[in-house]
Design a binder for this molecule. Structure first.
Ligand code: NAD
Length: 410
């Protein structure tokens, strides 16, 4: 029977056999990757549960299509449906640079308080990579999703508000800011930092990861990013005593060996971390970071495992979860049935895992691996591989669907 997923404390606790899942195709390449992905998701669910389970998709609109239909890029109808059904999946939405409306993606994250952006960076064998040993890459980014300079609290240079602020800090705090400057605020709170780190530690413990690393620029931004680090350690110490070990204690107390069932917590400066993930990716498991670091990091790390076409993601709060690829609407490739839908297919697999439909999620991951190992790939991977067969976005989806269950389907 069709029904709604119920979420408690960020986890899906009741999942009907036919959950209603709202989806947004999105702008640009969104429609292409969605069509390819939904074919795979439906086929995997059917195969895993012999028709006993099925997703009841419900289309809702945001972005360009919503503007055409409702005259509003983020209509209340869409928000109402997502709020009702709790778990949704979406394609990318375009955001204009330097002017125009604020990001719809950021708005969705703020409206539903989707505070944890979770982006696994896992190498799939056979994928072209600039690294010599990409098989060492397997970690998960936890990006704070609601604050930092991303909160959208900013004023245009020359505006009355920016002028007021410039005068205020000059008169009250003895701080000089150049006239005409644009101004943005970077709020980082203990509340948002702690709940993200808490979630990352829980995730690491539940899934048997070995370390959580706080990635920050706290040497320069002491009271925002530095505080993020301190609050992270505080959560680890106060709420996970006995389960989490600080890096220095690992050497001093445990002679470098991590006891079974425990995780190590450490921190790294963001700039150094960009080098670490290239040179020593095997030393890292869960990387937790403020919003802007997470944005940059996600795309850079995706490049290690095949690029943005291979990068899935989830935006998760305590009450709603929205799954989406890491990449944007890639307008220059829109409507060409060309780009790699793996980002959306893997985002769908993350969603199935969230619903605890693990069997279907695994079928998808295996089928995707099989397809890439067979060198049947879209243009982005094809141009980096020798002897590969180039397929369109939709053909790639069909190939993955055929390879479900080891390719037994005809
Ligand atoms: P983009 O991520 O859309 O694309 C950058 C490049 O990455 C593309 O030109 C393409 O070469 C490659 N790429 C992206 N997706 C791919 C795929 N599935 N397969 C193969 N290659 C792929 O970045 P952009 O062009 O800078 O941004 C376009 C728009 O998307 C902007 O308006 C931006 O604000 C928005 N955006 C939205 C989201 C989101 O919806 N969550 C995220 C990032 C950017």
């Amino acid at each position: 029977m069709e029904g709604r997923v119920e979420i408690k404390d960020g986890k899906a606790v009741i999942v009907p056999d036919s959950p209603v899942i709202p989806f947004i195709e999105g702008d640009g390449v969104g429609a292409d990757i969605w069509r390819a992905a939904v074919l795979v998701l439906d086929a995997a669910v059917e195969m895993a549960y012999s028709g006993r389970r099925r997703i009841a998709w419900q289309e809702v609109w945001a972005g360009e299509e919503a503007r055409k239909r409702y005259g509003d890029p983020l209509p209340p109808e869409t928000l109402q449906v997502i709020g009702d059904y709790k778990v949704a999946i979406k394609g990318p939405l375009t955001t204009p640079v330097a002017s125009g409306f604020r990001s719809l993606n950021v708005a969705l994250r703020q409206i539903f308080d989707l505070y944890a952006c979770i982006r696994p960076i896992r190498y799939i064998q056979g994928t072209p990579s600039p690294l010599k040993r990409p098989e060492r890459v397997d970690f998960v980014i936890f990006r704070e999703n609601t604050e930092d300079v991303y909160a959208g609290i900013e004023w245009r240079g020359g505006s009355e508000e920016a002028g007021k602020l410039i005068r205020f800090v000059r008169e009250n705090m003895d701080v000089e800011i150049r006239e005409g400057s644009g101004i943005g605020l970077k709020p980082i709170s203990p509340f948002a930092s702690k709940r993200l780190v808490r979630r990352a530690i829980e995730y690491a413990l539940e899934r048997g990861w070995r370390s959580v690393t706080l990635v920050h620029k706290g040497n320069i931004m002491k009271y925002t990013e530095g505080a993020f680090r301190d609050w992270g350690y505080e959560v680890a110490q106060q709420e996970f005593e006995g389960q989490v070990i600080k890096e220095e204690d690992l050497e001093d107390v445990f002679s470098g060996g991590l006891p079974e069932g425990k995780i190590v917590i450490k921190d790294r400066l963001a700039d150094a971390m960009f080098q670490q993930v290239l040179l020593k990716p095997e030393d890292y498991d869960i990387l937790v970071m403020p919003n802007l670091n997470g944005d940059y990091f996600s795309d850079a790390c995706a490049a290690q495992v095949g690029g943005l076409g291979m990068a899935p993601g989830a935006n998760v709060g305590d009450e709603v979860a929205i799954f989406e690829p890491t990449h944007g609407s890639a307008p220059k490739h829109a409507g060409q049935d060309k780009v790699n839908p793996s980002s959306m297919i893997l985002s769908g697999a993350m969603m199935l895992e969230y619903l605890d439909w693990i069997e279907a999620a695994r079928l998808i991951e295996e089928a995707l691996q099989k397809t890439i190992r067979a060198k049947t790939v879209t243009y982005d991977l094809h141009r980096q591989m020798r002897g590969a067969t180039l397929v369109s976005c939709s053909q790639f989806g069909e190939e993955v669907a055929k390879n479900l269950g080891g390719g037994k389907r005809t």
